[in-house]
Design a protein around this ligand. Structure first.
Ligand SMILES: Cc1cc2nc3c(=O)[nH]c(=O)nc-3n(C[C@H](O)[C@H](O)[C@H](O)COP(=O)(O)OP(=O)(O)OC[C@H]3O[C@@H](n4cnc5c(N)ncnc54)[C@H](O)[C@@H]3O)c2cc1C
Length: 449
């Protein structure tokens, strides 16, 4: 008999997992998905991180298609299996897409000579779904899961979980009301990272060591980067300083109709970006993160949080440019950021404890590679990826070492993007299906346990 599965988080990971389960005969009525956001019919654009498809719902809809990008998958299951799981995620986005024929893959091959003296260039395939379609995809996908009997509980925040009693508590619960589970999928994404940390602390979960990932969101008119964009839409410039334990990469490049987005984590503002596909939004801008990965910092999570907290002003992030002003969002509102001058930037450099030099050098070298760039750019400070804590899981099941019915998936584990998050959800779903099959085949074995 199929067990009761509760998924915390209706994001990319949770939704893909539920889809694979019901596609393969797992009864939908045995799946409950709890999310603090809204269903796709009621989710407004302003709720960037929560609701059906989570952060993926209002993302740039770029599905990376390479195991070196977007977090860890192959370390759990090997290269071939990872690619198979990626295919399943991409097929789901096509399957619920109103115009699946428009989902195209860009697969750049050649590394141009003009980049080589200054940067490495990572080229990898990307499937482009288009932000504008994500809303419709969400509705179609949601309708499918509901039609299969999956139960959704919206606008409900899970506040604590008792792994021993196998029950969880929500913000609407009176002390006596709980939700029971046989198996739990913890799929809370970045918006639930605090919750993950709380559980890791409460249960003293062993964790994997993680580096700091912090930097800025860089923005400039697209024309300066066009010769590279023609080769690779989502280009990734990178460089590594082996001895210093620092590497830098450009992250999540947006073009054509490119907008900077504010992310709110732990009450602080940081930045990300997304692009619209519809021509009406075209602003001919480019934005991407310049992210440093810094090894060897003790307590990387606390270090990043304290730094982000320190560089907030008027309850938001900062904007520096030699010549420009902050842009507007796709809705025509100002991007929330306090402009600072060169003197104030020096204070930020101090707060970064010397590491900002790497960003200065990165921008200086971009000016050499893209000669028209000059001072025609700006940076939103900071962009941050909180990578900690990552609980140690069984690589075959993504379940906690001490609680084999509690699976961590997506950004709550080690993902940093849509394809890997969805693939991790599908990987666990596959394992659950295998358990159900084994139980049906060998009932006497399971009766004894
Ligand atoms: C602006 C932006 C653009 C992006 N663009 C891209 C892109 O183009 N390509 C790409 O690959 N990645 C992109 N990403 C990252 C990508 O969206 C995430 O990596 C992915 O969505 C993670 O999937 P997930 O299922 O782990 O978490 P999410 O999709 O974030 O879903 C987590 C869900 O859990 C819910 N939740 C959290 N805590 C609780 C709680 N306590 N109780 C109940 N519910 C809870 C949230 O409401 C949310 O719906 C972008 C992210 C942002 C913010």
């Amino acid at each position: 008999m199929a067990e009761k599965l509760v998924i915390v988080g209706a994001g990319v990971a949770g939704v893909n997992a539920a889809t694979k389960l019901v596609d393969n005969g797992f009864p939908g009525k045995n799946i409950t998905i709890i999310d603090m956001g809204k269903d796709p019919y009621r989710r407004p654009y302003s709720e960037v991180m929560t609701g059906f498809l989570g952060a993926g719902g209002w993302s740039d809809g770029k599905l990376t298609y390479h195991t070196a990008i977007g977090g860890h998958m192959s370390k759990y299951c090997g290269e071939d299996k990872a690619m198979e799981l990626f295919d399943e995620v991409i097929n789901n986005f096509k399957r619920f897409h109103p115009k699946p024929e428009e989902v195209q893959c860009s697969d750049p091959q050649a590394e141009p000579d003009f980049i080589k003296p200054y940067f490495g260039l990572r080229l990898f395939p990307v499937w482009h779904v288009g932000t504008d379609y994500l809303h419709e995809i969400g509705k179609n996908w949601y309708d499918y899961l509901v039609s299969k009997g999956v139960k959704f509980i919206w606008e409900t925040k899970v506040t604590s979980i008792d792994f021993d009693a196998q029950e969880l508590y929500c913000d609407w619960n009176t002390p006596k009301e709980t939700i029971k589970y046989d198996r739990l999928m913890f799929a809370v994404g970045k918006s639930g990272i605090d919750f993950g940390k709380q559980l890791a602390d409460d249960y003293k979960l062993p964790t994997e060591p993680k580096p700091v990932q912090i930097g800025v969101r860089f923005e400039a008119p697209q024309k300066h980067f066009q010769k590279l964009i023609d080769i690779s839409y989502d280009f990734k410039l990178y460089r590594k300083f082996e001895e210093e334990g620092v590497s830098l990469r450009s992250f999540c490049t947006n073009n054509n109709a490119a907008f900077v987005a504010v992310e709110e984590t732990y009450g602080n503002h940081s930045y990300n970006g997304h692009a619209k596909k519809d021509e009406q939004y075209r602003n001919d801008m480019t934005n991407f993160g310049i992210l440093m990965e810094i090894q060897g910092i003790e307590e990387p999570f606390t270090w990043s949080r304290e730094l982000v907290e320190k560089i907030q002003k008027n309850a938001t992030g900062l904007y520096y440019s030699p010549t420009r002003t902050p842009s507007t969002t796709s809705e025509g509102e100002d991007v929330s950021a306090v402009p600072i001058d060169e003197l104030q930037l020096d204070e930020i450099r101090l707060a970064f404890q010397g590491y900002y030099t790497y960003i200065d050098d990165f921008i200086d070298d971009m000016k050499k590679v893209f000669p028209t760039l000059g001072d025609d750019w700006g940076v939103y400070i900071p962009e941050v990826k909180y990578l900690s804590p990552e609980p140690l899981v069984d690589y075959d099941t993504l379940a906690l070492i001490d609680y084999n019915n509690v699976h961590f998936v997506g950004d709550a584990l080690s993902a940093r993007g849509i394809t890997v998050s969805g693939a991790q959800g599908n990987y666990v779903a596959e394992w659950i299906l295998q358990c159900v099959e084994d139980e049906e085949e060998y009932p006497e074995f399971f009766e004894n346990y």
